[in-house]
Ligand binder design. Sequence first.
Ligand code: MRU
Length: 355
Amino acid sequence: MIETVEWTKSGVVFIDQTKLPTEEVYVTCTTHVQVADAIRNMIVRGAPAIGVSAAMGIALGVKSSKAETSGELKKEFDQICKLMGETRPTAVNLFWAIRRMTDKFESLSQRSVTQIVESLIEEAKRMHAEDIAANRAMGKHGATLMPASGGVLTHCNAGSLATAGYGTALGVIRAAVEAGKKIHVYADETRPFLQGARLTAWELMKDGIPTTVISDNMAGVMMQKGKIGAIVVGADRIAANGDVANKVGTYTVAVLAKENGIPFYVAAPLSTVDLGTPDGSKIPIEQRNQREITHIGGKQMTPDGVGIENPAFDVTPAKYVTAIITERGIARAPYQHSLSTLAHQISKEQEKVEV
Ligand code: MRU
């Protein structure tokens, strides 16, 4: 399995996703500041991977602390969390991970500094393992929704590289293939960062899953020609009403899916569900550097002075979402009810629940 993010004795190791697919380079971050930079600069990306990486970054930060009391350590911890929280605003898994590490710290405040540090490292490692388990469970639930054969379209990269391993949307596809389904993946290239062309295609080729890359503007014609039997994407944040923030272009795909009568599925762990955000209009959307649009491969593509917009995500209204696949089962509309039921359900691992 691809190691997207790994806790090692020498630091937090990432496969550098800015270099794939032509170079397979690993970088070791030895400080929490380096981890924050790796998240901001998309060396590691994808909502669940960002969450796990932030937790490991926090663990790395406290590990190198010289604090002598838990109170001193807490002050440093809060600064580290603040830095992590400023890296990318849309993926709620980042804030979920910071909350979880904070809760852990607060439950340990009577312990020694050494014990707190060790427990925070263990917590970050646990989040890594839990993410892979969640993806496997999502795969099991979601595979039942995939067609027995034919084309499945995905947008961006919601695979091993976007998680601790196996993937959310690509986990569903992997599980369907493991169950004997004959799936051919259509990967939107996903301008401007090319997560589909570079990362999804790389992962799936490694697994021997037949894959065709299309430019984003070809998704409609592929659907119209009957080449797509289902669509499955990941998510960066799902509001309480089921509105889904995901890589920009997802909304277009979802509307086209409805027009063409094709099911549109979202696969995401419950750490991506934000019950505190009532609907998609309240989700903060990251605006990225204009250069991602103006330049391709270092070459300028647009005239000087032209207006540029670069929102990294869009929001797909819940009415376009056929179902949301989580580790605890499949949520269907009305999502207000189904998502909160799944989120509050006492974990019954591997048991399929339809709400
Ligand atoms: O900007 P990115 O590459 O971090 O955006 C990633 C996505 O939009 C993914 O689809 C989403 O995070 C789900 S990953 C399992």
